[in-house]
Design a protein around this ligand. Structure first.
Ligand SMILES: [Mn+2]
Length: 315
């Protein structure tokens, strides 16, 4: 079908719930005529996780959106150094696994806030892949001697061209020659093997939200601007929204908003409880603020309600 958007995700079992959030956010913001075709690269997902992901997708159909989901079994050859989370390398293999001409890969730590149509139709101008510049691109460009360094969490791929250029073999070769220097496996590989062959995408399609990035890269204006009106929020770094010690940012609540639209929604209570305990120990009140943002908490006639349950009378 002409309006079909091919979207690939590669969560392992630890990230299945977060992938569910990504899928829920795509569906919630899809345009009426988007036809969403999800490919979940499956390197051993449990039956329960797969069923839950299918149920998120089934919501699209209930909302009158055209969507389908398939699980694509994947086995990565042993040649990739094994110390890396293996699911991270799956994206390098997409052209061999999915038999279409073009594909959009998304990390499972992103939420999508608008229809993917415009991103999908962004011309690659003859390039093999499209990426948004990474917030720490200055350092990484210098390290690798590159003119452009992109973040691989949102990746638009011309699969035909990738196959023709033998991208997978190039990845393996690069890996073998540079494994001591590689710190960001798939990202370092893609940026290097496709140097000069990457189309820079509008930064709003991969606006990085992370614990340190806002302060650490405060000199990077273009990056900070992307956070004013993001199309896709990417929770970079180790302090993800579901980690109880992660500080709350303006974009944290999106994660929980869409988590509530998945079969994992019961986890919201658990996440908030852990956060609340952390807050108490550290004298913070961030969980309350977040509860209001996610609209779990409300004040009505001088009373605080959480999930519709009256908690206390406010002065
Ligand atoms: Mn990521």
């Amino acid at each position: 079908m002409d309006n079909e958007i091919h979207i690939c995700l590669a969560p392992d079992n630890a990230y299945a719930m977060h992938a569910g959030v990504t899928v829920a956010s795509i569906i919630a913001n899809a345009a009426p005529d988007d036809y969403l075709h999800f490919y979940i690269l499956d390197g051993g997902l449990t039956r329960e996780n797969k069923e839950k992901l299918m149920r998120v997708m089934a919501n699209a159909v209930r909302r009158g959106r055209a969507a389908m989901m398939e699980f694509v079994p994947v086995h990565i050859s042993d040649k990739m150094p094994t110390a890396w989370p293996i699911a991270a390398s799956y994206r390098l293999k997409i052209p061999d696994l999915i038999k279409v001409d073009k594909c959009l890969y998304l990390d499972s730590d992103v939420v999508v806030l608008r229809s993917l149509k415009v991103l999908w139709e962004t011309p690659l101008n003859g390039k093999t892949i499209g990426l948004v510049a990474d917030c720490s691109d200055a350092l990484l460009k210098q390290k690798w001697g590159l003119d452009f360094y992109g973040n691989s969490g949102v990746l638009l791929m011309d699969l035909k061209r990738y196959r023709r250029l033998n991208g997978w073999q190039k990845s393996l070769d690069f890996c073998q020659q540079n494994w001591e220097k590689i710190t960001l496996p798939d990202q370092d590989i893609l940026n290097n093997i496709f140097a000069g062959d990457i189309e820079p995408l509008d930064r709003r399609w991969n606006a990085h939200e992370g614990a340190e990035s806002r302060t650490k890269f405060k000199g990077n204006k273009a990056y900070l601007q992307s956070l004013d009106n993001p199309f896709i929020v990417h929770y970079i770094g180790s302090l993800k929204p579901w980690i109880s010690s992660a500080p709350r940012f303006d974009k944290t609540h999106f994660y929980f908003r869409y988590l509530l639209q998945t079969p994992w929604k019961g986890q919201v209570i658990w996440c908030f409880w852990k956060r609340y305990v952390w807050d108490v120990f550290h004298g913070k009140k961030e969980t309350y603020v977040l509860l209001f943002h996610v609209k779990i908490a409300k004040v009505k006639k001088g009373r605080l309600f959480i999930l519709g349950i009256p908690i206390k009378r406010l002065a």
